[in-house]
Structure formats: C-alpha cells, structure tokens
Design a protein around this ligand. Structure first.
Ligand code: AMP
Length: 430
C-alpha cells in the first residue's frame, strides 16, 4: 500500500481536480448565461472583510457568526474574517461605491468560495463555492419571484427533476418583534422540554427554535404559533403577491411555516430550493439554494435604506448531483486538426506551424513530447479530428506537410506556408 503524503489539504477543504473542473465550469457558464439574460452584472469582492461586517450584518447570534467564522487578526491589529457568505460584502461594496446613485435596482452576481468552520461531512465543507445573485434597491415582490425563477431555471437547465421551492415570510420590523414575543411566551411555557441550544435561543432569538432539527423540539415546533398568522398588512400583501407571481410563472412551491433561515437580516420572503438526491446513501432532500429579502441590511451596515432580495446556490452540492446524473460529461475541446511530427527538425518546424494555427483560430491538437508516429496517430484518432498533418524529416527539409483526410482516408502533400489557409478553406466547406 502506498504511504499517504505528509501534507493533506486542511479538513473540509478540497482540491478541485481536472476531472471535476469541467462540471464546475459548465455550472458557472450556465449561471453566467442566466446573469446576462436577466441583466445582472458581475462583481467580485475580497474573500476577507472586517469581521464586524458579518457580526453586524449576518448577525451576532447566528450559527454562521457565532460558531462558523474563520477570523484572524492582522499584524496591524484589524479583525478580519473569511467570508462565510456573500451578501454583507456585496451590500458593503454597493454602499462604498455609491451604487445607490445608479438607476435602481442594481442587479449583481458573484461566483466564488465561501468559508465556514463546520464539522466536515458529505455536502458540508469548510471551503465551498456559491453562485450568488442579488437585486439591490427594489421593494417589488416581482423581484423576489424573479430571484426564485433564476435559481429554479439553473436547476432546470441541469435537468434536475422536480426541484421543490420551500417558502415562508418572516415579516419585518413592523410585525416580527410582536410575533417574537408571542413565540417566546409559548416557548417559555415548554421551556423544560426544549434542547439546550433552544433554551438559549428563547432568550436570544426565539425564531431560530423553529429551525431546530433536534428530535426533542419537534412536537413543540409543531404546535407553535405561526408567523404567517401574525404578519402586518404590508408584509402579508407582499407575501401574497410573491406567491401570485410564482403561480403565474408556474413554479411549484411549498409553504413551510418553519423556514426562518439562520440569518438575522432577512425580512419578509425567505426560501430554499431542495432536490431529491440520486445518491443511494443520501435519503434526505438536499438544500441547493437559499435566499430571501433583506430590506434592513443597508441600514445595519451603512445607515441607508436599501430594499433588496437575493439568494445563493451551493456549487459543490450541485456539482455532486451533476456527476451522479451525468458521469460521462465530455467537454474535451473539439479539435479539427492534429499535428504529428517525426524527427528533430520536424519537431522544431511543427512548433512554428502549431502557432500559425493558433493565430488562425483553428483548434489543433498535438503530442509534441511524443516521438513515435504510432502513438501520435492513435491520439489523433481519439480526438476524432478531420485532418492529421504529418511532418517528417523529408517534409521539414522540403517545407511541405502531409495532410491526411481522416474521413476519406486520402492523403496529399501541401506546401507548409499554404497549409493553414488550405485547411481553413476545407473546414469552412465541411
Ligand atoms: P445558506 O445561505 O447557508 O442556505 O447557503 C446556501 C447554499 O449554499 C446551501 O443551500 C448549500 O447548497 C450551500 N452550502 C451552505 N453551506 C455549505 C457548506 N458548508 N458546504 C457546502 N455547501 C454549503
């Protein structure tokens, strides 16, 4: 048995190997296509922000900030954090660059890694990637529906069958504080039956009890008051309209009164999108996308009202399903031509010729490191090229190239300085 190398990647942080990169690239390409179609512009913010941005923005009592943030102090004494999610950084950038002076809404998207100190397991990593779409500066419920539609489309384009949208409204400052009191009162009357975490949550953030997965808390959750019955008129109407838009778009959703999402900044709409896993071991539905409206975050971060709505998809979880569903994804870039060479002089000449083809934008394959013609020709076969160019000692001296038509099985000799032009002409005719 081979000994494991001394260094391994840190727990929960993975190399993306070449055989998996093609899935990541396909997914990113799809997301970029949707971003262009729906008018989103790309933004990339630093991987690190001041830790305080997340403490204030994401919320001090959230799991993400309380337990999962990678923080460090710089030599200069700044407390920084690796981003555990994108939204606070995007809102910070929006404010920092005066984007509220642009025509509203501003539609931004970003793709990149996020970091959470989790206990690593399948589908839960410490470094993972997200595709994030945010619309800033717009109150309309149509935006909430559009964000959901975009992520639904992403999964639909990947041919993931029957994604389920779970949706809820958690109200806003106008009605949530009142509901929190009602809920806390109810939870206190069941205090002794709650799990340890939820006992603390009753004091700090009672809504989060609704999110608890502990067996013990399930019966208490099931009989708890529901926020949907306590929304103010504005929040109620907003939610009703979001659902009407979803109906109009024909998007299948399920109301989930226990969906609160772990973060402090959400207002009104919250949603997640799940799929049934195709993996034999994984029976539970997998959360692929999570998001919602966050009308107060601008106020918290920059004392500015920025109504906004957004969501993020978990790239590794989606890629894992892509691999399970389509293990043979074949994306080796198509080559039309293959360049084979025999002998030192021919190798030298073929370097130049290869560059001539690149300049003419003709996809061409090679095995310059190989000397055996047989090995090179079998690679040309595998690539299923239309033409193989063969350059031997004689051709190199005569400044010619043998052009083999792989479809017809014919071959002829062409002058080296004419071959790019000639191949281009033939490929166009094809
Ligand atoms: P969240 O905002 O936490 O719901 O995250 C949005 C999406 O990111 C989730 O639905 C997951 O698909 C993905 N995600 C969140 N945390 C992790 C993690 N630790 N590892 C892998 N994917 C994650």
């Amino acid at each position: 048995m081979s000994k494991k190398p001394h260094f391994q990647s840190p727990p929960g942080m993975h190399d993306i190997l070449p055989e998996d990169e093609k899935y990541f690239q396909k997914l990113f390409h799809l997301a970029e296509g949707l971003a262009n179609f729906y008018g989103f512009e790309r933004i990339d913010t630093p991987l690190m922000e001041f830790a305080e941005l997340f403490e204030k923005g994401t919320g001090q009592t959230t799991d993400i900030v309380e337990k999962q943030m990678f923080t460090l102090r710089t030599r200069g004494g700044d407390a920084l954090a690796l981003r555990p999610e994108f939204t606070p950084g995007l809102v910070r950038a929006f404010l920092q660059h005066g984007m509220s002076n642009l025509p509203q809404p501003v539609k931004l998207y970003s793709i990149g890694p996020a970091f959470r100190y989790e206990s690593p397991q399948a589908g839960r990593f410490r470094q993972f990637h997200q595709i994030d779409f945010e619309v800033l500066g717009e109150t309309s419920p149509a935006i909430d529906a559009q964000i959901i539609q975009i992520f639904y489309n992403l999964l639909d384009e990947l041919k993931f069958k029957n994604p389920v949208i779970e949706i809820n409204s958690i109200g806003a400052n106008c009605c949530r504080p009142y509901f929190k009191k009602i809920l806390a009162g109810y939870l206190r009357s069941h205090y002794n039956s709650l799990c340890l975490d939820c006992k603390r949550r009753v004091r700090e953030n009672p809504l989060r009890v609704l999110d608890c997965k502990e067996e013990k808390c399930q019966p208490i959750k099931a009989a708890s008051p529901q926020i949907i019955d306590h929304l103010c008129e504005d929040c109620h109407n907003h939610f009703k309209e979001v659902l009407e838009f979803l109906d109009e778009l024909g998007l299948p959703y399920r109301l989930n009164p226990y969906l609160v999402r772990g973060l402090d900044y959400y207002t009104k709409t919250v949603f997640e999108i799940f799929i049934e896993s195709t993996s034999a071991q994984n029976q539970a539905p997998i959360a692929l996308v999570g998001g919602g409206r966050y009308d107060n975050l601008g106020k918290v971060i920059g004392n500015k009202d920025i109504p906004a709505c957004g969501a993020a998809a978990g790239v590794e979880r989606i890629v894992q399903e892509m691999i399970l569903r389509q293990p043979e994804l074949h994306t080796e870039t198509r080559k039309d031509v293959f360049l084979a060479q025999v002998g030192n002089l021919a190798k030298k000449k073929s370097l130049r010729l290869f560059e001539d083809f690149r300049r003419a934008r003709i996809p061409i394959g090679e095995s310059l490191s190989k000397d055996s013609l047989k090995v090179q020709l079998s690679r040309a076969d595998r690539l299923q090229v239309r033409y193989t160019l063969i350059l031997g000692q004689k051709e190199a001296l005569e400044k010619t190239v043998i052009v083999k038509d792989m479809k017809r099985g014919t071959q002829e000799t062409i002058k080296m300085d004419k071959v790019v032009h000639e191949i281009k002409k033939r490929l166009l005719k094809k």
